[in-house]
Design a protein around this ligand. Structure first.
Ligand code: SF4
Ligand code: SF4
Length: 110
């Protein structure tokens, strides 16, 4: 029978395998995304769930969160967080695009 220690080790190894796979996939994707000087990130408000991932990866403090009123009064949450790009601070590095779980961020020409 599998012991708890063995199970924990297996789970750890599996988590590491998945992390490596994701990083590899993102590496491939990053190369295929338009970026650099002359580009700036843009957030599609309706896709943004305010998860904060993009602000964590942005080294240039080019993303801020703001509160937006919820569309449906049926939900018992008065407002939702959304991300927006501070255009002048954005260097076009594309990291936020890779970090966004809902594909809310795209790179556009400046
Ligand atoms: S492209 Fe880079 S600098 Fe611009 S908002 Fe995204 S993470 Fe920040
Ligand atoms: S990572 Fe995407 S969904 Fe999350 S706050 Fe940023 S733009 Fe919104």
């Amino acid at each position: 029978m599998t012991s708890r220690d063995e199970l924990a080790k297996r789970r750890e190894a599996e988590a590491e395998r998945i992390a490596i796979l994701l990083a590899r996939q993102k590496g491939v994707r990053r190369a295929s995304i338009k970026g650099g000087d002359g580009t700036v990130a843009w957030v599609s408000e309706n896709l943004c769930i305010g998860c904060d991932q993009c602000t964590i990866v942005c080294d240039d403090d080019a993303i801020e969160l703001y509160l937006k009123d919820m569309v449906s009064p049926l939900l018992e949450v008065p407002s939702n967080r959304k991300a927006r790009i501070i255009r002048d601070a954005c260097t076009g590095c594309r990291l936020c695009v890779l970090s966004c779980p809902t594909d809310a961020i795209t790179m556009i020409d400046k």
